[in-house]
Design a protein around this ligand. Structure first.
Ligand code: PLP
Length: 377
């Protein structure tokens, strides 16, 4: 095994990162917040057509936590969350000592199922508590069923936090993911569409939400000349150096999305004649996925695992899909509404290398493993 490892999801540098980092170092603004953070927020705001307010944070997880705080989620409140997701979607519910209520996926988008969502809301109300918020996720960059999910949320007057960590550049009916909910969040972790090494953003529709988010993210300082606090504060603001990396990265945003979508075309071609494999793709023209990760469904869990090992043998990283939250030791005691859709996806699904830095040579190596594997069975 002498070839270099192909990773699941790496972003590539634009070449401008150094320049922005140097500028930040020279200005001696080496702390959280600062001119690069403001500029990075403005660039993102432009990207979202200047209709939203952006608060840069030190991670996507902290952005979700801030959204819950701003929605006044407190101890023993209930928050609905898509079960099929990364744990970072659900952990902040526990930070608030609130109770997560998990909901299954539906088969076309793999995201929160509108029917089970409504069942869950009705049942929680019947049991005495209306959920305070809904966390819906655009998994692997695929928009969830926005029209259906939002109309149910509106019917019961429950705000939505749109976990768009994996979906920067995705859209639904031409509108960008992250801009539909009361809050949206982005992640700039190293494996996402663009990276700031670690970082995130809270997207909101009002300036006052942004001001409040900054207040909580910078230790809840009351206005006084001394340090005065009447509320719990957090150290959640993005650092000026991380924002410098972000300014370099954002120059590559459109390219990175194009490279990810090109990877999808490569997989579509590769799997064209392999009938037992289902490549995950847009269910209709309303959906525009950035194809953050390309994912496939195999016929059985055993087959999925053998393919994963075949990739590993060739020094190529691939991974099972997210293990649903309701099956996690940490979360299994919380209520769950649904059947076995998310569980089946977890058993049979595999994420394939999809970084924006994949070369033609990498793709040839990936293709060779796939062709050999399916020739053999
Ligand atoms: C990455 C990710 C997050 C968290 O983002 P961090 O920046 O790593 O904290 C949240 N939700 C989903 C679905 C993610 O993939």
């Amino acid at each position: 095994m002498n070839s270099k490892r192909i990773f699941l999801s790496l972003s590539q540098q634009s070449g401008y990162e150094q320049e922005y980092i140097q500028r930040a170092l020279k200005s001696n603004w080496i702390t959280s917040g600062g001119p690069n953070v403001d500029e990075f927020e403005n660039k993102l705001r432009n990207y979202f057509d200047n209709e939203n307010f952006i608060t840069a944070s030190n991670s996507g997880t902290s952005a979700i936590h801030l959204a819950l705080i701003l929605l006044d989620v407190k101890a023993d409140d209930e928050v609905i969350c898509q079960s099929m997701t990364f744990s970072a979607s659900a952990n902040p519910i526990l930070y608030q000592n609130a109770c997560p209520i998990f909901v299954d996926s539906e088969v076309e988008t793999w995201n929160i199922c509108p029917e089970y969502l409504e069942t869950a809301i009705k049942d929680r109300i019947k049991k005495g508590k209306k959920p305070k918020a809904i966390i819906a996720v655009h998994l692997y960059g695929m928009p969830y069923r926005i029209d259906e999910v939002h109309s149910i949320a509106d019917k019961y007057g429950i705000p939505i936090i749109e976990d768009s960590a994996e979906a920067l550049g995705s859209s639904y009916k031409g509108k960008k993911c992250g801009s539909f909910g009361t809050f949206g969040i982005l992640s700039f972790n190293g494996n996402k569409i663009i990276t700031t090494s670690s970082g995130g953003a809270l997207i909101s529709s009002s300036k006052s939400f942004k001001e409040k988010a900054i207040f909580y993210a910078t230790q809840s300082k009351d206005s006084a000349v001394h340090y005065q606090h009447s509320e719990v504060g957090y150290n959640y603001r993005m650092s000026n150096i991380c924002a410098a990396i972000g300014l370099g990265q954002i120059k590559n945003l459109e390219d990175n999305i194009r490279f990810r979508r090109d990877n999808h075309l490569f997989y579509r071609e590769t799997f064209k004649n392999i009938k037992k494999v289902q490549l995950f793709n847009n269910p209709s023209d309303d959906f525009f996925s950035n194809y953050w990760l390309n994912t496939i469904l195999l016929e059985t869990e055993e087959e999925r695992e053998s393919l994963r090992l075949a990739f590993e043998e060739a020094n190529i990283e691939s991974r099972p899909l997210w293990k649903p939250m309701h099956l996690q030791p940490l979360f299994e005691k919380y209520p769950y509404y649904g059947g076995k859709i998310a569980e089946k996806l977890f058993q049979k699904g595999l994420c394939l290398p999809s970084g924006s830095n994949l070369t033609d040579k990498d793709k040839n190596r990936i293709k060779e493993v796939i062709i050999n594997f399916f020739r053999g069975i």
